[in-house]
Write a protein that binds this ligand. Sequence first.
Ligand code: SF4
Length: 325
Amino acid sequence: MIKNNWTIEEISEIYHSPVMELIFRAATVHHEYQATGEVQVCTLLSVKTGGCSEDCAYCPQAARYNTGIEAHKLMKYEEVVDKALIAKESGSTRFCMGAAWRDVKDNSDFDKVIDMVKGVNALGLEVCCTLGMLNEHQAQRLKEAGLYAYNHNLDTGEEHYDKVITTRTYKDRLQTLDNVEKAGISVCCGGIIGLGEADEDRIKLLHTLATREKHPESVPVNALVAVEGTPLEGNQKVDIWEMVRMIATARILMPKAMVRLSAGRNEMNVEQQALCFMAGANSIFTGEKLLTTPNPDFGEDKAMFKKLGLKPRASFKVEQEELVS
Ligand code: SF4
C-alpha cells in the first residue's frame, strides 16, 4: 500500500528490524510494485566543476576546501550532447547534468543549460539536472525545455543538517523541491549516509521524504566517499549493512520510487551490490566518474548485469504506472 502518513515510530521499527526480515519485506514490496531484475542505468556528468561557494562538508567541489580538484567552467553544448550520446550508446537511459552552483542565476550560463536540456531530451533520454536552488520561474523554464527530473538532495535529517552545511537551510532545500514539483518536474531527492549522523537522523530523512504529499519519483542513496581535504575526510567507510538497511527501508516506504544505489558503489563488490538490488535498489550510475569521484565503468557494470541476470530498465517507466493501476 502506498501511504504518505508514515510515523517516525513506524519507520524506526522497519529500519531496526532484523536485516534478513527487512530485506525479505523490501523484496516483497519491490516485487509488487517494480519490475524486479530490471535496473536503470544512468549517467551523471559534471557540466561545471568546483569553485562552489557552499560549505557542504562532504563535497570536494566547495571552493573553501583544498581537495586538488580540477575546476572547470560550464562545458560547451556540443561536448555535453556528445557525452550524452556516448552514455546512451553505452546503455544509459537517464542523463543527469550537475553544476556546482549554490543556486541558479538568470544569466547566459543558465540559458546554455536550457539548450543542453533540449539537446539531451532530443536524444530520447530522461534528462535530469542538479544545479542548486531554483525559483519557480527557473523551474518552469527547465520544464519547458523538456527537463524530466530535478535532483536536489536533502542529504540527512533536519537536525543533523547544520552539522554538515551551514550556508543554507533545510527549509531552502524543501522550497526548491516545492518549486520543482509545482513546475511539473519529477523530484529526485535522497541523502548520504556516513556524514556522522545517528540512525535517528537517517530515519528522519526518510520520514521527510516518505511523508511528502507525493513521494519523490527518485530516491538516491549515497554512501559518503570521504575525500581528502574535506572536513569529513576522516569519516569511517559506510558498512554495507547500513547501506542495505537504508535502501530496504526506502523501498518499503516509497514502493513506486526509483531507489538509486549511487555514490560509494566503487568500493562495493558484486555480492554487496547484489544485496542492495535484493533490498530494492533499481538504479545505478555508471561511467568512470560520479561528478568528481571514481565510479565503476560501463564495462564492469555490463559484466555485473550478466553475472546477476539483470536487465537494463527502459526510460520513462511505463511499467510503473501499469503495475499500480
Ligand atoms: S554539494 Fe553542491 S552545493 Fe554543496 S559544495 Fe558541493 S557543489 Fe556546492
